[in-house]
Each structure stands twice: as structure tokens, then as C-alpha cells.
Write a protein that binds this ligand. Structure first.
Ligand code: GDP
Ligand code: IMO
Ligand code: MG
Length: 424
């Protein structure tokens, strides 16, 4: 057995760290790029020579020669996938042997999307992307899911969809007074989508494992961020999958010993979309300034992102659970022009110093961040390509991030475009 390993890119914060841009860069040297969790809730932006691509279900490697895999851990909205493929085809991307959809992946069904919307309209809203992600993963765990392979077996598909739709219709009627869904229409519609996707469906477990064993360069692309992880994030204000390196094995069938090294992606500050605690959030004009300068509006829903300072405590938690060895710091350019830059080194909670991220979300919500202050810089960073050319104040800040997280800062992103990157 080969001892070859794969590279992984994961978000250190609450998503939108710039994973898409980093994966796009690393994909230039990857043979295979794999999405292992999440679904159409992701929005990964890649900018190539000023042209913007936003990827939701397809790995950001699709703009390169790499083979792109949507693995079993992803929940797939077939309509969204076909739309995304059609949009990319219009822009010159060809689909053939460069795309593999796992036959074990679960399908986001119409009732998942309805239920996501209805759940969110009630009390205790999470601020989801309303893409049906939570209800689809819930059905997967409850063994009431439809897998891609089921779409090609008429009897199995009919049996499952009729039984599940019957149950969902009762829930939709009783709780929300919603009209029933017609299971036969769903079956017919989804068989149509399945027919279009047939050439791309296959056994991704064997494909990805064999690629690694043969020494091919395999890159795993995380969606969301570690703090949105269902087990290790700010539960219940999380997504419904393991959105960090812990999710790779279960989401692909690649054993842990073949996984790593792990590259974390973190913004030079921090953002969050949706509800939930965010200790370093800036609710003032400075937060608005970061949002405007950083263009912090959701790539999937267009919602304004909440903005704040870099949070060392939650980031260290992400470094620990992922086993991150190096980080890419993105959007350093956005901090240019600030007199002061802050970094939360620990919290005060109920008068006590806290250095480890609390598990209880209500405790985290009470955390008062304690900051280390850094001098800002005024220079425009977007044309800088060498670390040594960065302003001294920016290097002092990055050196601190490196020492604090005990990881190497191996990439620094200073603009949206692929080219606007410093490699160390
Ligand atoms: P992802 O979900 O982690 O892939 O991140 P998103 O694409 O949702 O959000 C990151 C946003 O920041 C996108 O609009 C990117 O084009 C943009 N971006 C990425 N890196 C940089 C950078 O270094 N500087 C600036 N100004 N924008 C960046
Ligand atoms: P990328 O891959 C930022 C957030 C939602 C909500 C919570 C649950 O672009 O980083 P869900 O629809 O998953 O049930 O919503 O998770 N969320 C994201 N936030 N970036 C994402 O993806 C996200 N995907 C989900 O805003 O708070
Ligand atoms: Mg995003």
C-alpha cells in the first residue's frame, strides 16, 4: 500500500475565508479535487483575470485540468448542480471525464427545501441558506434519504419517494398548513435530472483511493468553516455536516492515514453570516467599513456578513481539531488604512480568563474578547507579491498570528484575483 497523502483545505472561521481562491491556486498542481461535505450552501468565489466564478457544489478545481469529485458526504441539489454546470459550460468549461458524482451522495429533495424554509420562519432560527441542507442530512441520519444510486432504480426510487413524501406531507400540513407534494411528480422530475447526470455518476470511493495510492495529487476542498462544524462548532448555530478535516474520511471513504497535510484558510479579520455567537464582532462603523471594503456580502444568499477582529481563541480551536500545519491568511489588503488592528488573544467570561473555546454556546455568547493591539499600515498591498515587500506593520501582525497559532503562514492573499497572492 502506498503511503502517499493528500492535501486538504479547510476554513478556520465561520466560512467565507477565501477557500475557493486558495483551492483554485492549489488546483493548478492537483490531479483530483474533492468536495467531501456540505452542499449548495457553499459559495466559493474564484476570480481569474477579473472574471468572477462562484461555485456552490462543484469543487473550485473545475477551472483547471483536475478531475473534480463530489463525494458521498455532499448533499446534492440536482437542479442546482445542473444549473451550475450549464452556467460554467456557457463560460467555456467542458464536462466529461473531469467530473465524478458519487453514487453514494444524498440528494436534496423538494421537501428538504420547503422544510428548511418553514423551520427558519419559526422561533430559534439559525439563519440557514435555505438550501435544504439540514433536513437532507437529518433524513440521511434517519435512514430516510435518497441516494444518487437510487435515482437509477425505478422501483427503489418510487418506493422511497412515495413513503417519505407521505410522511413529509403530514408534517407540512400539520405544522405549516402547506399543500401536499405529489410524489409521482417528484419521481418523474428527478429521474429526468438523473438521466442528464448519468455520465458523471460512479464509485468515488474507489476512484479517490486509487488516485492517492497511485501517487496522484489529491486535494480535498472543505466547505463552510470549522466553527460551523456540527460537532465542534457553535452548536446549534452551525451547518449540518463535519465541515473540517474530521469530515474527510466519512465524507469520502479515504482512511485517515492517507489524509494530510491540512492547510487552514483564515481571513486577516473575521466574518460570520447568520445567527450565533461571534465574540469579536464589530457592531459599529468599523464593522461596516470592513464589510464595504472587504465586499462582505454572502456569495450564496447575498446577505451582509457580520464583521469583526481576528479571534485567536476560536482559531486555535480550529487549528487543534483539524491538525492544521499551515495557514493561508486572506484579505490582508482589506486592513490597509486602519490606524489600529486588533487580535483577540483570550476572553473574559464571568470575570475569569478563558483561553480555550467554551463548548456551551451561551457561555461563548457572554465572552468579552481581550485584545492585543497592532499598528496599522496605509500602503495598498494588492500589487505586492513577495513577503519581504509587505509593510513592516503587516509583517509584525502576521508574525504574531504565526506565533500565536503555532502554524506557518504559508500563503498571504492580497486581492480577489488568482494572481494577488504571496507564497512563502
Ligand atoms: P469561501 O466561501 O471561503 O470560498 O469564500 P467566499 O468566496 O465566499 O468569500 C471570499 C470573498 O473574498 C470572495 O468575494 C473573494 O473573491 C474575496 N477574496 C478572497 N481573497 C481575497 C483577498 O485577499 N482580498 C480581497 N479583497 N478579497 C478576497
Ligand atoms: P462557504 O463554503 C458562510 C451558515 C449559514 C447559517 C449556518 C447553517 O461559502 O464558506 P445551512 O444552510 O448550512 O444549514 O446554514 O451556516 N453557512 C455558511 N456561512 N459560508 C458558508 O459556506 C456557509 N454555509 C452555511 O449562514 O448560519
Ligand atoms: Mg463562501
Amino acid at each position: 500500500m502506498s503511503t502517499a497523502k493528500s492535501t486538504c483545505v479547510v476554513g478556520v472561521q465561520w466560512g467565507d475565508e477565501g477557500k475557493g481562491k486558495i483551492v483554485d491556486i492549489l488546483s493548478q498542481k492537483a490531479d483530483v479535487v474533492v468536495r467531501f461535505q456540505g452542499g449548495g450552501n457553499a459559495g466559493h468565489t474564484v476570480v481569474v483575470k477579473g472574471e468572477k466564478f462562484v461555485l456552490h457544489l462543484l469543487p473550485s478545481g473545475i477551472l483547471h485540468k483536475s478531475t473534480c469529485v463530489v463525494a458521498n458526504g455532499v448533499v446534492v441539489d440536482l437542479i442546482q448542480l445542473l444549473d451550475e454546470m450549464a452556467e460554467l459550460e456557457k463560460r467555456g468549461v467542458k464536462f466529461g471525464k473531469n467530473f465524478l458524482l458519487s453514487d453514494r451522495a444524498h440528494v436534496v429533495m423538494p421537501y428538504h427545501k420547503f422544510l428548511d424554509k418553514h423551520f427558519e420562519a419559526g422561533k430559534g432560527k439559525i439563519g440557514t441558506t435555505q438550501r435544504g441542507i439540514g433536513p437532507c442530512y437529518a433524513d440521511k441520519a434517519a435512514r430516510k434519504g435518497v441516494r444518487v444510486a437510487d435515482l437509477y432504480n425505478e422501483a427503489v426510487l418510487k418506493d422511497r419517494v412515495f413513503a417519505i413524501t407521505d410522511e413529509k406531507n403530514k408534517i407540512l400540513a400539520a405544522l405549516y398548513g402547506a399543500p401536499p407534494l405529489d410524489p409521482q411528480r417528484i419521481v418523474d422530475e428527478y429521474r429526468g435530472y438523473a438521466a442528464k447526470l448519468k455520465p458523471f455518476v460512479g464509485d468515488a470511493v474507489d476512484f479517490v483511493n486509487t488516485a492517492i495510492d497511485k501517487g496522484k495529487r489529491v486535494l480535498f476542498e472543505g466547505a463552510q468553516g470549522s466553527l460551523l462544524d456540527i460537532d465542534f462548532g457553535t452548536y446549534p448555530f452551525v451547518t449540518s455536516s463535519n465541515s473540517d478535516a474530521c469530515g474527510i474520511s466519512a465524507g469520502t471513504g479515504v482512511p485517515p492515514k492517507k489524509i494530510g497535510p491540512i492547510l487552514g484558510v483564515a481571513k486577516a479579520y473575521c466574518t460570520r453570516v447568520g445567527e450565533g455567537p461571534f465574540p469579536t464582532e464589530l457592531k459599529d462603523g468599523l464593522g461596516e467599513k470592513l464589510r464595504e471594503v472587504g465586499g462582505e456580502y454572502g456569495a450564496t444568499t447575498g446577505r451582509p456578513r457580520r464583521c469583526g477582529w481576528f479571534d485567536g481563541v476560536t482559531s486555535l480551536h480550529a487549528v487543534q481539531i483539524n491538525g492544521i500545519e499551515s495557514v493561508a491568511i486572506t484579505k490582508l489588503d482589506v486592513l490597509s488604512g486602519l490606524d489600529e488592528i486588533r487580535f483577540a488573544t483570550h476572553y473574559k467570561i464571568d470575570g475569569k480568563k478563558v483561553e480555550v473555546m467554551p463548548s456551551e454556546t451561551d457561555v461563548l455568547a457572554r465572552a468579552e474578547p481581550v485584545y492585543k493591539s497592532f499598528k496599522g499600515w496605509t500602503e495598498d498591498l494588492s500589487k505586492i507579491r513577495r513577503y519581504q515587500d509587505l509593510p513592516k506593520a503587516a509583517k509584525i501582525y502576521l508574525n504574531f498570528v504565526e506565533r500565536y497559532l503555532k502554524v506557518k503562514v504559508s500563503m498571504i492573499s492580497v486581492g480577489k484575483d488568482r494572481e494577488k497572492t504571496i507564497l512563502r
